[in-house]
Design a binder for this molecule. Structure first.
Ligand SMILES: C[S@@+](CC[C@H](N)C(=O)[O-])C[C@H]1O[C@@H](n2cnc3c(N)ncnc32)[C@H](O)[C@@H]1O
Length: 328
């Protein structure tokens, strides 16, 4: 296993991304190069002054302007990295790690990869002894995600695979039945993949779906129940409200990111096990054609990114990944 997970601490090294906080709190991110320089209208800051310093050091430009140099946390990185598809926000990623019980050494399957934000959190949680198999139906997104992961870690971890194609087709060909500990789905129609996920999961394994709307939440819950292969699904959403704490001015922030998505988890029953009769059974839902129409990508507001925009994002992400990659 490469040392990609060890780059997140210790003195600054060539190839590290560094966030510089300058006067008035303005942020700039640079990738350190021996002999490189950060130019502003307030003077020049040599990268050589930063390389070798401890994280969170204050460095001074040629015009005596002070900059706080810090490695971006994963949260900082995912919020500013190039995006093809919408990312999972840190507040939800943290809950996913907890609710899906992602553990060091776990074998995890993820789809779709989108921009790779959740992949980064999952890779960190499973550590070098785990395995992450990610699936993405759009090649451009898979490229952006791989560049983002490479830009953050400095290399592609060798315990991560990205397969281009639909999960429901690729999963059975990629993993042994009953061998996967956790499956995390972030896609428009997770109900299309439930049977394949059930086949891949080990008994007691966790299926977690991240879902944007209540109509999807309802449909995926019914799809999970109808297989009779899982425990009763649990659903939740997470709201995180920041607080302003300064002297006697202690109050909630005026703004917050409120709705992002819902999380639903269910556990794979052992083969042949039948879930004891539920106290409350959801009323049988018959979907009419109009209901199904309401769940189509267009009706749900899934924006179809143009190929031109995605090619541009992929080029930007690749540039950042190349800049962060060193022969270490
Ligand atoms: C919202 S994005 C995922 C974002 C990602 N979790 C992140 O944090 O960056 C949803 C992705 O799922 C992909 N997708 C949708 N259905 C899929 C399927 N059946 N198999 C594989 N990928 C799929 C889409 O192409 C899209 O890139």
């Amino acid at each position: 296993m490469s040392d990609v997970f060890r780059r997140q601490s210790g003195p600054f090294r060539e190839g590290d991304r560094v966030q510089l906080t300058g006067p008035k709190g303005r942020l700039n991110t640079v990738t350190l190069e021996a002999g490189g320089a950060f130019h502003t209208h307030r003077g020049v800051l040599s990268h050589d002054l930063i390389i070798g310093q401890p994280d969170a050091s204050v460095v001074v430009s040629t015009n005596d302007i002070e900059y706080l140099a810090m490695r971006p946390l994963l949260t900082d990185f995912v919020m500013s990295m190039p995006r093809g598809a919408a990312i999972i926000y840190p507040k939800d990623a943290a809950q996913i790690i907890g609710q899906a019980d992602i553990f060091p050494g776990a074998h995890v399957v993820e789809a779709g990869v989108g921009s790779g934000a959740l992949s980064l959190w999952l890779l960190r949680a499973i550590g070098p002894s785990g395995k992450l198999n990610s699936f993405e139906r759009r090649e451009e997104f898979s490229e952006i995600a791989q560049s983002n992961v490479q830009a953050f870690l400095g290399a592609k971890p060798d315990n991560w695979s990205v397969t281009v194609g639909d999960l429901q087709e690729q999963l059975p060909a990629s993993v042994e039945p009953g061998s996967v500990d956790r499956v995390v789905l972030d896609m428009l129609a997770p109900w299309e993949c439930i049977e394949e996920c059930a086949e891949a999961l080990t008994p007691g394994g966790v299926l977690l779906c991240y879902i944007a709307t209540v109509t999807q939440l309802s449909r995926v819950a019914e799809a999970i129940r109808s297989t009779e292969l899982f425990t009763e699904p649990d659903s939740s959403e997470t709201m995180v409200r920041g607080w302003h704490v300064e002297g006697l001015a202690v109050r909630p922030d005026h703004r917050m990111v409120a709705h992002t998505g819902f999380l639903m988890t269910a556990r794979r029953l052992a083969p042949g096990s039948v879930l004891p009769e539920l106290k409350r059974r959801a009323s049988k839902s018959d979907f009419k054609d109009e209901d199904v129409e309401a769940w189509t990508p267009g009706a749900l507001g899934d924006r179809n990114s143009s190929a031109k925009r995605l090619r541009k994002t992929a080029r930007e992400a690749k540039k950042a990944a190349d800049a962060a990659t060193t022969d270490r």
